[in-house]
Write a protein that binds this ligand. Structure first.
Ligand code: NA7
Length: 535
């Protein structure tokens, strides 16, 4: 589709956020179109096609709740959805709601400039039809939090003559590692998911680990049909409960400190939660991310599990995270990760003690050794939360640039709007629960809030809405204060921008929980959008 010259709302991105935003805007009678860099829908689930790519939230919860028929008719096959299944789901949603006809694929937004006289954005894009200019009253940035993949700053990357692949920009064709010597750089969630699958195919796998992460088994498998039946029968109540939890998943969190029980009882509770799989372990006490002692107890328990799963005690030791509190980085949810190190064809290279010096034409050179490789898989993550927006040249009131406004760290009001950038809204942006939550729950809340806000403006004949500077300053301070009451800032995570050299170290997500946040947003709306300048 060619973008129109003028439209009410331009949505940037066609992943979970962009698709629902487009559907919702139609529902309130607005003319809306979306643009998408990929040649298909799916966002994160379009780009991250690496082997083993899977969501860390269980299938029936990691899905839209806005349409009861969609909820009932879609059949998940596994407990945790794999990337191909999620992509199928999002394609189904695009077809079911006839969204494709309003999406311009293979189109990238280059700049968005706000015109103060007309209160309209002028967005310049490049796509199959060349450059285009679209004028939109509102811009919604559905650009994703983990959509700006980062190549590591390792000298010689371009000189490698083998196959170089980034997990976040994986080729569409199947990659077969059979008979290959493979190196994986990075042991975050992407590396941890890909490593067991690559190891099962490759002749030899070298894992280059700089910092170990905590990972817990998913205990994934074919979905339990009885469990799904129960969920489908009770969906409205479960969804409603999710919206008022901390993470946006309807788990019952034990309302007790880990320090309120004896060491034996604590161990029993950890053991009880471990086989439930995934994030359930972090719901077993209420203070794991706030109380160092409680956190240490869980970290020690998980390190003990690593000892049980890894045969070689020296490898087990290297795999145990020691430098950050457990759950202060999003915990990884794996299938057979630790057991993979018991395979004869897998080696762990500790690049803390033996740093990577360069990539050569034939492999990886560390301080101590040259590793000959056919393929290097780079699983080094993303310029998270702000990267995709800052790639565009966004200019608001007075020609001020977003890059300058965020020079010392992302600043937003509610994670939804930016002072000085009227009529622009962000979905799951910095300053909202976003990446600390079940993304779909948070995305739906933002889409619905934005749609309601735009209806409010239309009903009153208003042309512009802008977060005011005081409200933004107070929100930024509130987000910072809340984070400092937790252990989150003590980890060098991408939540803090710590993975990107030179990125300001500011804790970006809102840690107060999905439920508290939602109530706050609803309250702001009920008070005629307090903190917004509306005219
Ligand atoms: P992450 O979580 O940012 O992990 C990136 C990994 O890559 C991490 O282990 C890094 O080690 C490592 N890394 C980065 N640069 C280098 C260099 N130069 N040398 C060696 N190792 C390096 O990204 P993911 O894609 O795994 O996961 C992102 C999110 O997606 C995840 O949290 C889930 O929510 C889904 P470091 O810690 O920097 O020492």
């Amino acid at each position: 589709m060619r973008l129109p010259d003028e439209v009410d709302v331009l949505v940037v991105g066609a992943g979970f956020s962009g698709l629902y935003m487009l559907h919702k805007l139609r529902g309130i009678g607005m003319e809306a179109v979306a643009l998408e860099k990929g040649d298909g829908v799916g966002g994160t689930w379009y780009w991250n096609r690496y082997p083993g790519a899977r969501c860390d939230v269980e299938s029936p919860y990691y899905s839209y709740s806005f349409d009861a028929d969609l909820e009932q008719e879609w059949e998940w096959t596994e407990r945790y959805p794999a990337q191909p299944e999620l992509l199928r789901y999002l394609n189904h949603v695009a077809d079911r709601f006839d969204l494709r006809k309003d999406i311009s694929f293979e189109t990238t937004a280059v700049s968005a400039i706000f015109d103060e006289v007309s209160d309209v954005w002028t967005v310049t894009t490049v796509g199959p039809e060349g450059g285009q200019v679209t004028r939109a009253r509102y811009c919604v940035m559905a650009t994703g939090c983990l959509s700006s993949a980062r190549m590591p700053d390792i000298p010689g990357l371009e000189s490698f003559e083998g196959n170089l692949l980034h997990t976040g920009m994986w080729p569409h064709e199947e990659v077969d590692f059979t008979g290959q010597r493979v190196g994986v750089i990075g042991t975050g969630s992407s590396g941890i998911q890909a490593i067991p699958v690559i190891a099962s195919q490759a002749e030899n796998l070298q894992v280059f680990q700089r910092t170990p992460n905590f990972s817990v088994p998913a205990f994934n498998g074919p979905i339990d049909q009885e469990w799904v039946k129960g969920i489908k029968a009770d969906y409205p109540a479960l969804r409603e409960r999710s919206r008022h939890t901390t993470m946006g998943i309807p788990y019952q969190r034990r309302d007790q400190s880990a320090m309120e029980v004896s060491a034996e009882e604590r161990q029993r509770i950890f053991e009880h939660h471990w086989p439930k799989g995934g994030f359930r372990i972090s719901s077993c006490f209420n203070d794991l991310i706030r109380n160092k002692e409680s956190n240490d107890a869980l970290a020690t328990f998980v390190r003990g599990k690593i000892d049980e799963m890894v045969d070689d005690p020296k490898i087990a030791e290297l795999l145990k995270p020691q430098d950050h509190p457990i759950t202060a980085k999003r915990i990884c949810v794996d299938t057979d990760y630790y057991a993979t190190y018991n395979r004869d064809n897998v080696d762990l290279v500790d690049v803390k003690s033996d740093p990577i010096q360069e990539i050569t034409a034939r492999g990886i050179q560390t301080a101590g050794k040259h590793f000959e490789l056919d393929t290097i898989v780079v699983a080094t993550g993303f310029d998270a939360m702000t990267g995709a927006m800052l790639r565009m040249d966004i200019r608001g009131r007075g020609g001020a640039s977003l890059r300058e406004h965020w020079d010392a760290g992302a600043r937003t009001y509610l994670g939804l709007a930016v002072a000085g950038f009227p009529n622009m809204f962000t979905i799951a942006g910095p300053g909202s629960p976003s990446v600390l939550s079940n993304m779909v729950t948070s995305i739906e809340q933002h889409v619905e809030w934005i749609a309601e806000h735009l209806s409010y403006l239309a009903e009153r004949g208003c042309a512009s809405s802008e977060a005011n500077t005081v409200a933004e300053d107070e929100w930024v301070e509130h987000v910072r204060e809340l984070s400092e009451k937790t252990l989150f800032p003590s980890a060098n995570s991408w939540y803090l921008g710590a993975n990107v050299p030179g990125k300001p170290r500011v804790f970006m997500p809102y840690v107060g929980g999905v439920g508290t946040y939602r109530a706050h947003c609803e309250d702001i709306a009920a008070r005629d959008y307090e903190g917004f300048l509306i005219k």
